[in-house]
Design a protein around this ligand. Structure first.
Ligand SMILES: O=C(O)C(=O)Cc1ccccc1
Length: 297
């Protein structure tokens, strides 16, 4: 069974199907933490959740749920183009309220201001929850994933709605810790670290990556919810923990920051960039081994 951020008809359901899940193994949960909790309990083998959007940034519920509670690790990612459909009840009258997930609303602000300027905007737990609420008569319009209309008998008021063309959302498939998927040469590794409050702390962490020619693909901060000014940093970079360079960098991060949490090594959804060779790192490690054994100098 695979838990996903539902109900039926969310972008996350589309993402889970795109990751190869079969429709009959999918079980919807109303929130990201609920889908992750089901996976931690072992009720689900894995959970599919959104992690970031190219317009609106990180999904805070996912970021927090990754560090609070028992560890989960990403084993796959996928990226979806995000275009919205605006759905209404068939024959419904004037649109006085429009509902959706906050990430969706943030991506259609201009469209709403132009086309539905008088409507009150209401946040719901997901885009599909908004469609259901429209069906139940709670709101007049929902900003939804295009597939939602297949699940709910609503009418399409507009399609292809997006303030920013080419907006994309990235989703992760998370499991309880186990051996990571085999390296493909085009992988990403995710970690979360807490940089201590002193000069150069973050810069030292990032330098450990740079020294090993590891390309940083994302860095995001979230408050630890402890002291004001104390942050966790979510760091994504190219490479797989099985590669000596990356293993070496992870060990260095852990030396700087003993609560470094590994969030997974998994194939990149959109491969790019030439892989950095590990040969020098392997050769250097072999040389040290030889020196230790008295076989070289
Ligand atoms: O609510 C949904 O459909 C989701 O899967 C979360 C989301 C919301 C807006 C853009 C992309 C994903």
């Amino acid at each position: 069974m695979l838990a996903y951020f539902g109900p039926q008809g969310t972008f996350t359901e589309q993402a889970a199907l795109g990751l190869g899940a079969s429709p009959d193994e999918l079980v919807p949960y109303d929130t990201v933490p609920a889908a992750l909790a089901a996976t931690r309990r072992g009720d689900a083998e894995a959970a599919c959740v959104p992690v970031e959007n190219s317009v609106e940034g990180a999904v805070p519920a996912t970021m927090d749920a990754l560090t609070e509670g028992e560890p989960l690790v990403a084993v796959a990612e996928t990226v979806l183009d995000v275009r919205f459909s605006v759905l209404v009840r068939p024959g419904g009258g004037e649109v006085k309220t429009v509902a959706s997930h906050p990430h969706a609303l943030a991506q259609v602000r201009h469209w709403l201001a132009e086309h539905l300027p008088a409507a009150d905007v209401v946040a719901t737990t997901s885009t599909a929850a908004a469609a259901r609420a429209v069906l139940a008569g709670e709101f007049d319009a929902a900003v939804s994933a295009p597939v939602a209309v297949r699940h709910y008998p609503l009418e399409v008021l507009a399609t292809d709605v997006a303030d920013v063309r080419d907006a994309k959302t990235r989703f992760l498939l998370l499991r309880r810790p186990g051996p990571p998927p085999a390296p493909t040469g085009q992988d990403r590794t995710s970690v979360v670290v807490t940089a201590t409050d002193r000069v150069g702390a973050l810069s030292e962490l990032l330098t450990e990556l740079a020294l090993r020619r590891i390309n940083l693909t994302r860095i995001e901060s979230r408050p630890t919810k402890g002291r004001l000014g104390e942050y966790r940093f979510y760091i994504d970079f190219d490479g797989h923990v099985a590669e000596p360079r990356v293993g070496d960098a992870l060990a260095a991060l852990r030396r700087h920051c003993p609560d470094t949490r590994f969030l997974g090594s998994y194939p990149k959804a959109e491969p790019g960039g030439a892989p950095v060779g590990d040969e020098e790192f392997v050769a250097a490690a072999e040389w040290v081994a030889a020196v230790r054994e008295g076989r070289g100098a």
